[in-house]
Design a protein around this ligand. Structure first.
Ligand code: UT7
Length: 321
């Protein structure tokens, strides 16, 4: 049995911040940011939350699919920046959109989160436990970023994307792989508030994203091509048959470097990172929605999706649209 994406949706905060605006608070320039990352601007929340953005993305995905929220059986939100520890974002989204029948929970695999959530939904549907799922990736990373750290604050943006999937007779998701390397997790971290109780005080003053950018860069350059080749081998699909490669939108240099390593025309790697920056788990579903809505995804096309990020984690899947 196949699992197929029937609808896509996305939502971005209205506030757009370009590189020149950032150079007012940190020592940076439009030239440096564009040259090292390809990013020109990003959307930054002025009040939108992971829940409000994810709920809007889910509603748009349902509308695009022509399905009703009341029919949804599984609702997953991938996020590493929820507003609340409890209840989970997915339960709050469920309540907002009226998906009362769905079982709802969150999944955190940072920038691989959407893909891991999509694979989770697939496994549930393939096992016959649920007939359909809404899968969202939503982030408000601007609250986890140290706005005095020029090495990180220039990279990230806020937003959410979602897909609605259903079991289908053919096509859809043809195979997936996922990996985690917790031993190297310290290269990209963000702590919580620390331990403070009557018996211990390890409270932390700051809880901002800390990153060894060069290590993450080389991790992506090694693992993303390997993950894509692994899923292609598993599904016995040659890379020449893949119409589009949709990667986590971390950095244009990484995307171009991966296209070179795979020896594939960079024109088959669509990108929106220049307009939205790195939105972690929201990157892939927002890109997918943009392509879907502009009619760039034709029935029968083969897509390879690949995510990587904190954990460290990475994964890939191949689907027939
Ligand atoms: O979802 C995964 C998330 N993470 C990533 O995708 C990160 C992957 N890594 C990268 O994309 C790159 O490592 C960065 C774009 C983050 C940094 O580029 P880099 O070429 O690795 O620069 P660097 O960190 O080695 O820094 C080079 C110089 C340093 O100055 P000195 O020590 O040579 O004087 C930095 O202080 O660039 C400086 N620098 C900046 N200069 C202007 C760092 N950030 C900035 C900035 N503006 N925003």
């Amino acid at each position: 049995m196949a699992v197929r994406i029937i609808g896509t949706g996305s939502s971005l905060p209205g506030n757009i911040v370009d590189n020149r605006a950032l150079s007012r608070f940190v020592d940076t320039s439009d030239e440096w940011i564009r040259e090292r990352t390809g990013i020109g601007e990003r959307h930054i929340s002025t009040g939108e939350t992971v829940v409000s953005l994810s709920a809007e993305a889910c509603e748009r995905a349902l509308e695009n699919a022509g399905r009703d929220a009341g029919e949804v059986e599984l609702l997953l939100v991938a996020t590493c920046s929820p507003e609340r520890n409890i209840p989970c974002a997915a339960c709050q989204v469920q309540s907002r959109i009226g998906a009362g029948k769905a079982v709802a929970f969150d999944l955190n695999a940072a920038c691989s989160g959407f893909l891991f959530a999509l694979h989770t939904a697939c496994a549930y549907v393939e096992a016959g436990m649920y007939a359909n799922a809404l899968v969202a990736g939503g982030e408000v990373l601007s609250k986890l970023v140290d706005w005095t750290d020029r090495g990180t604050c220039i990279l990230f943006g806020d937003g959410a994307g979602a897909v609605y999937v259903e079991k289908a007779d053919r096509g859809g998701i043809l195979g997936y792989v996922q990996h985690s390397d917790g031993a190297r997790g310290n290269v990209l971290t963000c702590d919580t508030r620390g331990l403070k109780n009557p018996y211990a005080d390890f409270s932390l003053e700051t809880a901002y994203i800390q990153m060894d950018g060069r290590e993450v860069f080389s991790f992506a350059m090694r693992t993303v091509p390997a993950g894509i080749l692994e899923v292609l081998e598993k599904t016995r699909i040659p890379k020449e048959d893949i119409d589009l490669f949709l990667l986590h939108q971390a950095n244009q240099r990484i995307i171009d470097g991966i296209a070179r390593r795979l020896n594939v025309d960079p024109g088959r790697f669509p990108s929106n990172v220049s307009r939205v920056g790195n939105m972690s788990s929201a990157s892939i579903p927002v890109l997918l929605d943009e392509l879907n809505r502009k009619g760039a995804l034709k029935e029968g096309m083969k897509l390879a999706l690949s995510g990587f990020g904190a954990g460290l984690t990475y994964g890939a899947c191949v689907m027939e649209w």
